[in-house]
Design a binder for this molecule. Sequence first.
Ligand SMILES: Nc1ncnc2c1ncn2[C@@H]1O[C@H](COP(=O)(O)OP(=O)(O)OP(=O)(O)O)[C@@H](O)[C@H]1O
Ligand SMILES: [Mg+2]
Length: 270
Amino acid sequence: MNTPVLSARNVHKHFLAGHGETIQAVNDVSLDVVENEFICIVGPSGCGKSTFLRMAAGLESLSQGEILYRNQPVRAPRREIGMVFQEYSLLPWRTVRDNVSLGPEIAGRSRAERDAVAREYLALVNLGDFASAMPHELSGGMRQRVAIARALANKPDVLLMDEPFGALDAHTRILLQRELLRIREHHKTTIVFVTHGVDEAVYLADRVVVMTPRPGRIRTVLPVDIPRPRDRADPAYARLTAAILDMLDTETAAPATAKEEESCPSQASM
Ligand SMILES: Nc1ncnc2c1ncn2[C@@H]1O[C@H](COP(=O)(O)OP(=O)(O)OP(=O)(O)O)[C@@H](O)[C@H]1O
Ligand SMILES: [Mg+2]
């Protein structure tokens, strides 16, 4: 058995909201992610996916349990763990080029090296002509592609991606899905990828983690045993996609238990 690269053990997270309410966002999540594995997490809106990713990135404390990166507790952000956020997170005062080369700059690389890295990764996301642009001059989807290039430019060992392709048009999305698989093969990156696209999850993942509505628990973990490169026309592909959608439907339709109602008084519809 491979040693996990990332290991979540009985992770809980609650937030104290207004009026002293406790919002339980993540409930007893345990998951081992092994070397070079591609994990996709799907689940209803508000079920704690982003919260889980932020904890794995060392950006959020845990209420209970632990998250280990190669057997060491994750307590703060670290270079080996990259993150692409759900909302665009570029530094508005830096050019596109200088956003992408931020990691190499922090690592003390020369200007020439930084520029070469920026060129390579901007070409990868098809933004080679925008190196000198400022973030506000880009569309939302373009900004997200810069954020992806910036995360990849650090050559992280583990890449946590929170709905990274959500704002992209269908064509770019499919191109970037392919690119991401190629990059992961080349750099042996381990990826945890949150998406609302069940089709996307089945295309990308080695295993799909299906979460329940808040407080998010893992409902099931499904291996995707469809050979790569995957063909969306493969009947096995359609079957698995339908089965996951069905699970999400059932979960969303299920009424909260009395205990959940109590701990989540403000639970919104999914
Ligand atoms: N800083 C915070 N303070 C209080 N509550 C929070 C905080 N961050 C998240 N929450 C709550 O935790 C729950 C889970 O939020 P989270 O953003 O992790 O959901 P999500 O699964 O990523 O949803 P989506 O699919 O819409 O992005 C939500 O009820 C949210 O309101
Ligand atoms: Mg989210």
